[in-house]
Design a protein around this ligand. Structure first.
Ligand SMILES: Cc1cc2nc3c(=O)[nH]c(=O)nc-3n(C[C@H](O)[C@H](O)[C@H](O)COP(=O)(O)OP(=O)(O)OC[C@H]3O[C@@H](n4cnc5c(N)ncnc54)[C@H](O)[C@@H]3O)c2cc1C
Length: 349
């Protein structure tokens, strides 16, 4: 393997869940890991809903804002369907900071305020310097600079907006999902309770003529008539997530893509935290093996494992995304929703 005198064994670009889990896994084995983070702290915009479909390690109870035991999905005519499921809502900046802290505890170095800006055979350039590394991991999210530097195309994305609303009526331990082609074209509205009278109310859209915030404001004021969401709008955030499905290639010689940079978020639900963490662990373990055996070709095993694990569910969700794109009005959405949303049996047929 090239670069025996490199500053680091592994350089990870992006301190989101994918980056911190990768860094922690590799650093735990005593390898030298550098994490470059664009911002001065973790602040990925997110609703922070995590379902317990996989056994992810929550970094401390203090990051959990509420427990969820049921998802209520509303059709455009406001009839609804309930589904029992276990999950929780986390404070995402805290959650990410805790994961980053665990990576540092395991021995990784983090450089904040240091976006990756260049990449070459010897390593990386960031805002105020450069570092050499044997393996580079792009965990820099949906608009990945790493992917751009590899010459890869941009991913299709959904745009999102969210308020943390206070003084509103919420349903106990219940996340609410609203489908309405006029209020959230090509997407949906979420309500994730964070307490008895507070919730994150947000939406993601893939079509539309105005900003996601415009759609969200309009949904909230429309709901006033029914007495819902008449509280204070606090902590506005906006962001994007990939909806184009898994990238075809995830490994490029000594460079790996993990998490949103690789298109691992679900193209319909937008959920990406679980997959980012799962993939970070698999990437980390594969990297350890490659370093131990001094053989970069082993990194290809990461791609094989990810495709085996996430390939099918993400391909199915991408198919559903295409069907959802074809639903242009509420009549069509009303009819086809059970085929398009994960809590319905028909989705899985
Ligand atoms: C509004 C919104 C709500 C969402 N809600 C949920 C939800 O409830 N549940 C769920 O599971 N998923 C949700 N998602 C999706 C979820 O946030 C992502 O799938 C997840 O964060 C992916 O993790 P990641 O580590 O791959 O990327 P990210 O969390 O995006 O982390 C990427 C990191 O890289 C950094 N970075 C970017 N460019 C550079 C660079 N050039 N150099 C260095 N660092 C860089 C960023 O600052 C960031 O810290 C939501 C997304 C949005 C936008």
């Amino acid at each position: 393997m090239n670069g025996h005198t490199a500053d680091y064994d592994v350089i990870v670009a992006g301190a989101g869940p994918a980056g911190s889990v990768t860094a922690k896994t590799v650093a735990n084995e005593g390898y030298r890991v550098l994490v470059l983070e664009k911002n001065t702290a973790c602040r990925s915009p997110c609703a922070g809903y995590i379902s317990r479909t996989i056994n992810i390690e929550v970094p401390g109870e203090s990051v959990i804002q509420s427990k969820i035991t049921r998802m209520r999905t509303y059709f455009p005519d406001l009839s609804f369907h309930d589904f029992q499921l276990n999950g929780f809502v986390v404070d995402r900046p805290l959650f990410d900071m805790e994961l980053a802290r665990k990576a540092v505890e395991s021995g990784a170095d983090i450089k904040w305020n240091s976006p990756l800006v260049g990449m070459g055979a010897e390593g990386v350039r960031f805002r105020d310097g450069k570092s050499s590394g044997k393996i580079i991991v792009g965990t820099d999210g949906v608009f990945s600079k790493t992917a751009a530097l590899l010459g890869l195309g941009k991913q299709r994305f959904a745009t999102c907006a969210q308020y943390h609303m206070k003084g509103i009526h919420t349903l106990s331990q219940t996340s609410e999902i609203f489908f309405d082609a006029l209020c959230a074209p090509g997407g949906y509205i979420w309500v994730y309770p964070t307490g008895a009278d507070s919730a994150k109310v947000g939406l993601g859209i893939t079509k539309g003529r105005i900003s996601p915030r415009g759609y969200l404001d309009s949904f909230i004021s429309k709901s006033h008539a029914s007495g819902r969401f008449c509280g204070e709008k606090k902590e506005y955030i906006t962001g994007a997530l990939p909806v184009g499905g898994l990238r075809e290639k995830l490994v490029f010689n000594n460079v790996l893509l993990v998490g949103d940079s690789a298109g691992m978020a679900d193209p319909v639900t937008g959920a990406g935290i679980n997959n980012a963490m799962l993939a970070g662990e698999i990437a980390g373990k594969t990297i350890i093996k490659a370093l131990e055996k001094d053989d970069l070709t082993i990194l290809l095993e990461y791609e094989t494992q990810i495709k085996k694990l996430l390939g099918k569910p993400l391909a199915r969700a991408l198919e559903k995304r295409k069907q959802m794109d074809a639903c242009c009005n509420n009549e069509q959405l009303q009819e086809h929703l059970p085929e398009l949303w994960v809590t319905f049996k028909k989705y899985w047929l």
